[in-house]
Design a protein around this ligand. Structure first.
Ligand code: PMP
Length: 416
C-alpha cells in the first residue's frame, strides 16, 4: 500500500477534518485551537463564508484559463484592487503559486533589471525550499544540507538579532550595517549586486523583527548603489504583523515586494509587485507559468481583501496581538526557561534557552507537543527550533486568545 513519504516531518499527529475561523476539528471530532493557521496562511480563518462563497461561485464559472494565454476577470479585478494596499509607486504585478516561486521570480526580475549577478541575503532569512530559494535561505542547515551544489552568487550578511548576539537592538543594528559595508567592499561589490533580499521580521529564522534603522540603512545603501531592495513579505504580509505589510512598522518601502501565504486564505497564490518602470526592464515573456493567477485563487484573494477591510482584520491582528503578547509574557515571567517573547501583531514567538543561554530546542518541542495534547496547535522556528510561535488566523477572538493563554500555561506546567 502506498503511504505518505517518511521524508516529511509531522509537527502534530492531527488529521484535520474541518475548520472554522481559528478552530480545527480532527477526524474524531476533537477540537483544537489552531495557532498555526497553515503556517500563517488562513488569514480570514478556516472556511470564512465569504471566501467559500466566492470560490464556489468562481469554480462554477471558470477554474483555469492560464493567464498568459487568456486573461480572466478575477485576475484583472485583483490587480486593480491591489492598488488599495500596495505601497505608492509599486503599481505593477504578476502572480505565481508559492512563496518560493515568487522569491525566485523576484530574483530573476532583479537580475534582468539591473544586469547584475549577485544577491545579498541576511543571516537567519528563510526564502523557500526550491534550489535557488534554498540557496538564499540561512535559517537552518536542514533547508540546505545535502542539496549542494546550491546556486552561486549569494552573499550572506548579518541580520540584527539582539538575543542571538546578546546585544541591544542598537548594537546589533550597528554591527549588521557595518558588516554589510564590509561585505560590499570585500565579497560582492555594489556593481555586482542586484538586490538585498530580506524579511521585515525573520520568520522561520526565529520571529525576529528588523529595526527601523537597519531597514533604513539598507534603503540608503540600495539607493546609493543602484541595488534593489527586495522585501520578502510572504509571512509578514496581509495583516499578520498588525499592519497590512510588515515594512509599514519601519517606514521603509521596497523596490520589489513579494507576497504569498495570507493573500488567498489558503488557495495557492503569490505575487511580485514593483514599479512599472522596473518591470519594463525585464523582457516580455521572462516570467509566467501554467498555474499562476488561478481564477479560483484570485477570486478567493478578492474575497480575502473584502473580508479584511470589512472586518478590520489588520486592526484585530494588532489588538489580539497585544492581548496575546500579554498572556505569553505573563506565562514567561513564571519560567526562566523562556528568555524572550517577541514579534509583531499576530506573529509572536517565545524563545527557550538553558540557564547558560544555549538555545533549547528540546524544551521548546516538549512545550509545543504538550500544547497540542491540551488542544492548542503551535509550531516552532529558529535555527535550533528554540522558538515556539503563535500565528492564529487574523479573525481570532479575545476569548480564543485567552483560552490559548490558559492552554499554554498548562502545557508549560507539564514540561517545566
Ligand atoms: N519566504 C518566507 C518569508 C516564508 O515564510 C516562506 C514559507 N514559510 C517562503 C518564503 C516560502 O513559501 P512557500 O512555502 O509557499 O514556497
Amino acid at each position: 500500500m502506498a503511504h505518505l513519504s517518511p521524508l516529511l516531518k509531522q509537527a502534530t499527529p492531527v488529521i484535520a477534518q474541518r475548520g472554522e475561523g481559528a478552530i480545527l476539528w480532527d477526524e474524531q471530532d476533537e477540537r483544537y485551537l489552531d495557532f498555526t493557521a497553515g503556517i500563517g496562511v488562513t488569514s480570514t480563518g478556516h472556511a470564512h463564508p465569504d471566501v467559500v462563497a466566492a470560490a464556489q461561485r468562481q469554480i462554477g464559472k471558470l477554474i483555469h484559463a492560464q493567464y498568459t494565454t487568456v486573461m480572466h476577470r478575477p485576475l484583472l479585478d485583483l490587480v486593480d484592487r491591489m492598488s488599495e494596499v500596495l505601497p505608492a509607486g509599486l503599481d505593477s504585478m504578476f502572480f505565481v503559486n508559492s512563496g518560493s516561486e515568487a522569491v525566485e521570480a523576484a530574483l530573476r526580475l532583479a537580475r534582468q533589471a539591473t544586469g547584475r549577478p549577485n544577491v545579498i541575503t541576511f543571516h537567519g532569512g528563510f526564502h523557500g525550499r526550491t534550489v535557488a530559494a534554498a540557496s538564499m535561505t540561512t535559517s537552518g542547515t536542514k533547508f540546505r544540507s545535502g542539496f549542494a551544489p546550491l546556486m552561486p552568487g549569494v552573499a550572506v550578511s548579518p541580520f540584527p538579532s539582539p538575543t542571538h548576539y546578546g546585544w541591544s537592538q542598537e548594537e546589533a543594528t550597528a554591527f549588521a550595517l557595518r558588516e554589510l559595508d564590509y561585505l560590499l567592499q570585500t565579497v560582492s561589490s555594489p556593481q555586482d549586486t542586484a538586490a538585498f533580499l530580506v524579511e521585515p521580521v525573520l520568520g522561520e529564522g526565529g520571529y525576529v523583527p528588523a529595526s527601523a534603522e537597519f531597514l533604513a540603512g539598507l534603503r540608503e545603501r540600495a539607493d546609493r548603489h543602484g541595488i534593489l531592495l527586495v522585501l520578502d513579505e510572504v509571512q509578514t504580509g496581509w495583516g499578520r504583523t498588525g499592519r497590512f505589510w510588515g515594512h509599514e512598522h519601519f517606514g521603509v518601502t521596497p523596490d520589489v515586494l513579494i507576497t504569498a501565504k495570507g493573500i488567498a486564505s489558503g488557495f495557492p497564490l503569490s505575487g511580485i509587485a514593483a514599479s512599472e518602470e522596473l518591470m519594463s526592464k525585464a523582457w516580455p515573456g521572462s516570467q509566467g507559468g501554467t498555474y499562476g493567477a488561478n481564477a479560483v485563487a484570485c477570486a478567493a484573494a478578492l474575497a480575502t481583501l473584502d473580508v479584511m477591510q470589512r472586518e478590520d482584520l489588520v486592526g484585530n491582528a494588532a489588538a489580539r496581538g497585544e492581548q496575546l503578547r500579554g498572556r505569553l509574557q505573563a506565562a514567561a515571567d513564571g519560567h526562566t526557561a523562556i528568555t524572550d517573547v517577541r514579534g509583531l501583531g499576530l506573529m509572536l514567538g517565545a524563545e527557550f534557552r538553558t540557564a547558560d543561554g544555549t538555545p533549547d530546542g528540546e524544551t521548546a518541542a516538549r512545550a509545543q507537543q504538550a500544547a497540542a495534547r491540551h488542544g492548542l496547535l503551535l509550531l516552532t522556528c529558529g535555527a535550533w527550533s528554540q522558538v515556539v510561535r503563535f500565528i492564529p488566523a487574523l479573525v481570532v477572538t479575545p476569548e480564543q486568545v485567552d483560552e490559548a493563554g490558559d492552554l499554554w500555561e498548562k502545557a508549560l506546567a507539564d514540561v517545566l
